[in-house]
Design a binder for this molecule. Structure first.
Ligand SMILES: NC(=O)c1ccc[n+]([C@@H]2O[C@H](COP(=O)([O-])OP(=O)(O)OC[C@H]3O[C@@H](n4cnc5c(N)ncnc54)[C@H](OP(=O)(O)O)[C@@H]3O)[C@@H](O)[C@H]2O)c1
Length: 281
């Protein structure tokens, strides 16, 4: 069934694959980006089923205008895919407070701006589906990744809670944790290196930067296949609430789940009986 699919960050990387795949499978697509002309060009130029419109996700005004443009053109929005994001790297002490805030502006407050603009419409429709791309690093903390991880963990918590808020209005949520996919995330336009430099960390920082740069172009995941999987989920009557995407991501999530179970169990003796003893006279 043809749906109206609204995608953020559609001009490059995974967002382009999602928009392409959605168009190829007959959906109506609102492909958004900071440079809408580039988005439209990348997707093959003007088409009846395509609206390319400006949306810098850090701007609530852009989000409202893009949502309105989508409704003016297609009358509704069935699926929102919060895809746009970027990556601030570094050891915690080398990431400036301003960089930490910038990371949150894009990876947390950005999707919130867009979702806030679209939810009133989905509630009126009594139907909708919000898909948010977080990361394996939204489940598992990693060295040199504290800013990105904290923004993606926050996005996870928001999405898990939002699920309960909007479920009564027939609005579904799916949170997606990809592993490493071969997009443009590890290039300079998407990755920001740490602003500060501390001698203790310097050799490790240099090694990490070299390692991440050399991984660019060699990530195992194919974003076109991920895009196809996401559109399958968008078509499900009862969509997956969580989609762990890629063999590397599944392994990481399973390891984390086992660790959590073991840590909860190990906490039982000390943490399992901390309640008031209200029954004592
Ligand atoms: N690739 C991976 O290995 C991987 C793994 C886990 C999670 N993810 C997540 O997957 C999502 C897509 O990333 P990707 O891998 O496709 O990276 P990408 O190739 O770097 O693409 C990022 C996209 O986000 C857009 N964007 C960034 N800031 C924006 C803003 N303020 N407003 C609007 N658009 C903005 C970029 O647009 P511009 O062209 O305007 O910069 C670009 O279209 C991100 O949320 C990322 O965190 C990726």
């Amino acid at each position: 069934m043809s749906k109206v699919i609204f995608v953020t960050g559609a001009g490059r990387g995974l967002g382009t694959d999602i928009a392409r795949e959605a168009l190829a499978t007959g959906h109506q697509v609102v492909a958004t980006g900071r440079r809408p002309e580039e988005v439209e060009k990348t997707l093959g130029g003007p088409q009846d089923n395509l609206l390319a419109t400006k949306l810098d996700i850090t701007s609530p005004e852009d989000a409202q205008a893009a949502a309105q443009a989508a409704v003016d053109r297609f009358g509704r929005i069935d699926v929102l895919i919060n895809n746009a994001g970027n990556l601030f790297t570094g050891y915690f002490e080398e990431i400036s407070p301003a960089q930490m805030r910038q990371q949150f502006e894009t990876n947390l407050f950005g999707p919130m701006n867009v979702t806030r603009a679209i939810l009133p419409l989905m509630r009126r429709q009594r139907a909708g589906h919000i898909i948010t791309i977080t990361s394996t690093v939204g489940l598992v903390g990693m060295e040199f990744t504290s800013a990105y991880a904290v923004s993606k963990f926050a996005e996870e918590g928001w999405m898990e809670s939002l699920h309960y808020d909007v479920e009564p209005y027939n609005i579904h949520t799916t949170v997606v944790e990809p592993g490493y996919f071969r997009t443009e995330l590890l290039v300079d336009g998407s990755t920001t290196w740490p602003e500060l430099s501390i001698d203790d960390y310097a050799p490790r920082t240099a090694l990490r930067i070299e390692g991440m740069k050399s991984m660019n172009g060699r990530q195992p995941g194919d974003p076109a296949k991920l895009a196809r999987a996401l559109l399958t989920i968008a078509d499900q009557d009862k969509p997956l609430q969580r989609f762990v995407a890629g063999a590397d991501a599944i392994e990481a999530a399973q390891t984390k789940a086992k660790e959590l179970l073991a840590q909860a169990e190990a906490s039982r003796e000390l943490g399992g009986s901390l309640a008031y003893n209200d029954t004592q006279a």
